[in-house]
Design a protein around this ligand. Structure first.
Ligand SMILES: O=C(O)CCC(=O)C(=O)O
Ligand SMILES: [Fe+2]
Length: 206
């Protein structure tokens, strides 16, 4: 999909419903290169932490995936970041959200790994405005992303991870979870942030 069409669909769907789910969002070559990049660095992934730096904890009750922050050292990472930068500028032009940067990591869920219901941001406490999830492979079973309706226990969407699918949603509005993976599941989770700082500390630090 060309980026103009992609961005139009993200803008429309986020505007209308607060989230967008777009298949074949990036060219298959780039998706494959990102997948290869993630796999090549597998030994560098580490158990994901939850909470802010001062209170960061490993909580394997809540999430089991392993993550690796982008280093920008590979061409595929830089190409992905360039698309997200263009999306950031487009979103800012249309929604005046004042997004000032984007951070992302690879995530790897092995069979049995999950991420229980959570918000990526809490009203007034975080600077994460928009969440992005981009899937790098297509497990045939398990690992669905479940997005809940705002202030409700009802499911809004159940997304089967599929290589090339991009999901974007408003971080403060949508509770979501990752159901237990049954096969290896690779993705890139990212956040557009606004420039909040709490007690002079940019939040959230890595
Ligand atoms: O991988 C997904 O589908 C969502 C991951 C997620 O919710 C997160 O990393 O915060
Ligand atoms: Fe999340």
């Amino acid at each position: 999909m060309n980026t103009e069409l992609l961005f139009d669909r993200v803008l429309d769907d986020v505007h209308q419903q607060g989230y967008a789910i777009i298949e074949q969002a990036l060219c298959p070559d780039l998706t494959a290169q990102l997948y290869a990049t993630a796999q090549a660095q597998l030994s560098a992934f580490s158990p994901a932490a939850i909470g802010r730096q001062d209170e960061q904890q490993l909580n394997s009750e809540v999430r089991k995936d392993k993550t690796l922050w982008f280093s920008g050292s590979c061409a595929a990472e830089r190409d992905y970041l360039a698309v997200m930068e263009a999306l950031r500028l487009t979103v800012n032009r249309h929604f005046y959200l004042g997004l000032f940067d984007y951070e992302c990591h690879f995530a790897y869920y092995q069979a049995g790994d999950f991420y229980k219901k959570h918000y990526d941001a809490f009203k007034g406490r975080s600077n994460r405005v928009l969440t992005t999830v981009f899937y790098l492979n297509t497990p045939t079973q398990g690992g669905e992303l479940v997005i809940y309706k705002p202030r409700s226990k009802e499911v809004a969407e159940r997304v089967a991870p599929k290589a090339g699918t991009l999901v974007v949603f408003e971080s403060e509005r949508f509770m979501h979870e990752v159901l237990p993976a049954q096969q290896p599941r690779f993705s890139i989770a990212g956040w557009f942030r606004k420039n909040n700082s709490i007690a002079g500390v940019i939040d959230p630090p890595r």
